[in-house]
Design a protein around this ligand. Structure first.
Ligand code: URA
Length: 195
């Protein structure tokens, strides 16, 4: 994993020469059964250098706890490893969704990361990581909570925890999806937890 990080750091530094891009790498157990993949780090993640530590992360932890899943059992990362930003009308630096170009840029790195961790299942949070791995315009509303085969990778699409904050109507579906994932993990525990 250290080699992976060093290579990615060098790749981005060469590509964005002169621009300071702060990378937020994945964290967690490299033998994890489940790898969670979000969209991209936000302000808090960039400040702390860890994925999902802001508001969306707290929401995620709350749902994981409900299902009896602890973060220490997971590997958590993002499809895009730096914070996509823009300057708002008020002159503030704010988040923006990652561009297709940024998503494509990081996709081979995300695939390598999956190979390194070798999870039994990759749970995507929101449309960005789902579409990146599916390589088609699939909609989260149509496929959440069901396993998909994305080129040999078992993908479990879930809503993004931030979308649940902004749209409370999704809470129940989100809760059910996390519980279903926990149930699947218990039912397929043949190899035993690796972390
Ligand atoms: N924080 C992350 O690390 N990823 C997201 O997608 C959102 C918040």
């Amino acid at each position: 994993m250290e080699k992976f990080r060093a290579e990615l750091r060098r790749f981005i530094a060469d590509l964005y020469e002169g621009e300071k891009k702060v990378l937020v790498f994945g964290e967690g157990c490299t033998g994890a059964r489940v790898m969670l993949v979000g969209e991209a780090p936000g302000e808090q993640e960039t400040l702390q250098g860890r994925p999902f530590v802001g508001k969306a992360g707290r929401n995620l932890d709350e749902f994981l706890a409900l299902a009896g899943i602890d973060r220490s059992q997971l590997y958590v990362t993002n499809a895009v490893k730096f914070r996509p930003t823009k300057v708002s009308a008020a002159g503030r630096t704010v988040n923006r969704p990652p561009t297709q170009e940024e998503i494509r840029l990081f996709l081979p790195w995300l695939r390598r990361e999956i190979e390194l961790v070798q999870p039994e299942c990759v749970a995507t949070l929101g449309n960005v990581p789902l579409r990146a791995l599916a390589e088609r315009r699939v909609a989260i509303g149509d496929v959440h909570g069901a396993f998909l085969d994305c080129g040999g990778v078992r993908v479990y699409p879930m809503y993004h925890p931030a979308s649940v904050i902004y749209n409370p109507a999704l809470r129940e579906a989100y809760r059910a999806d996390v519980l279903r994932l926990a149930q699947w993990l218990r039912a397929n525990d043949g190899q035993g937890a690796k972390c």
